[in-house]
Design a protein around this ligand. Structure first.
Ligand code: NAP
Length: 285
């Protein structure tokens, strides 16, 4: 039996439509949700990401303010702009596209963004809230992983979950969010000794290593849900994930493809965070 292919693109459209509906309700209450997008320098990949985020805002009827600063922008100039955006009543979310030019300390910039406008969830306050289960924004990619699992009809509660990868932006927060859903979570990494055995016992496996074929068919239990966060280029230059998709789909119950799985979810969850920011700042439930 072949696995259900989880359509991340369609699910991301559903989430953006929900954000659009929420934006309409906010506007009826006199609140115009607004995201400030800051791009420093000429990194072409960053420009593509920023344009995609602006397009998503347009789709969701979220106003986007664009700040494109030159490559030689100083740290204090950028911090000054962030200070202004923090104080602006019209701005609900602030997104500074990383990486930044080398004269600017990224940590200082992340710390400067007001936690209640930190829709990327990079500020230690929000990162901490993911670990304590407190209120705050959820990091976009890991939150997207959870939505994909839930919208596939799976209740995470009590399930054996394995996360392969322990990065601060994907692996660790994904594990925390799975645990918040009452999953029983094991985290694997490059030093894990019996990974195949651990995975074979899992109902849900989230793979985020950046290494092609990290998860192969022999490591997967019949019917398991597989979420592939990886984004790699294979020898032919084709985009692919960390999972041996063609073979794993023969045993898995459901699996995300790459592209078209986790990828589109990140921006959709960012839109959701912008709506949450606008609601929180205006005391709307
Ligand atoms: P990262 O910071 O390089 O972390 C990779 C993690 O995988 C590390 O914890 C590493 O272990 C572990 N690892 C590497 N090789 C392994 C192996 N053979 N077996 C077990 N664990 C292994 O990467 P990341 O930022 O988390 O990103 C992971 C992937 O997700 C990348 O392909 C990235 O492009 C993709 N990504 C996608 C999105 C999206 O929107 N779809 C967003 C972010 C990232 P150690 O800690 O022991 O070194």
């Amino acid at each position: 039996m072949s696995a259900q292919i989880i359509d991340g693109k369609a699910i991301s459209v559903d989430i953006k439509n929900e954000a659009l509906e929420d934006a309409k309700i906010l506007r009826e209450k006199g609140v115009e949700p607004c995201l400030a997008v800051v791009l420093v320098g000429n990194n072409s990949a960053s420009r593509v990401y920023v344009n995609n985020k602006k397009k998503a805002c347009e789709y969701c009827n979220i106003k986007s303010l664009s700040y494109e600063l030159p490559e030689d922008t100083t740290e204090s100039e950028l911090l000054e702009l962030i200070d202004e955006l923090n104080k602006s009543k019209n701005v609900n979310g602030i997104l500074v596209q990383l990486p930044l030019p080398k004269q600017i300390d990224e940590t200082k910039v992340i710390l400067a963004i007001s936690p209640d406008k930190d829709v990327d969830c990079f500020h230690p306050y929000n990162v901490g809230a993911v670990f304590t289960g407190g209120k705050g924004f959820k990091p976009c990619t890991p939150a997207g992983v959870i939505e994909l699992i839930k919208r596939t009809g799976c209740d995470i509660s009590g399930k054996n979950c394995v996360v392969i990868g322990r990065s601060n932006i994907v692996g660790k927060p994904a594990a925390m969010l799975l645990m918040a859903e009452n999953g029983t979570v094991t985290i694997c990494h490059s030093k894990t000794k019996n990974m195949a055995e651990i995975c074979k016992n899992a109902d849900i496996i989230v793979v985020a290593t950046g290494k092609i074929n990290t998860l192969t068919k022999d490591m997967v239990k019949e019917g398991a849900i597989i979420i592939d966060v990886g984004m790699n280029r294979n020898e032919e230059g084709k985009l692919c994930g960390d999972v041996d998709f063609e073979n794993v789909k023969e045993v898995a119950g459901a699996i995300t493809p790459v592209p078209g799985g986790v990828g589109p979810m990140t921006i959709a969850m960012l839109m959701k965070n912008c709506i949450t920011a606008a609601k929180m700042q205006n005391g709307i439930e």
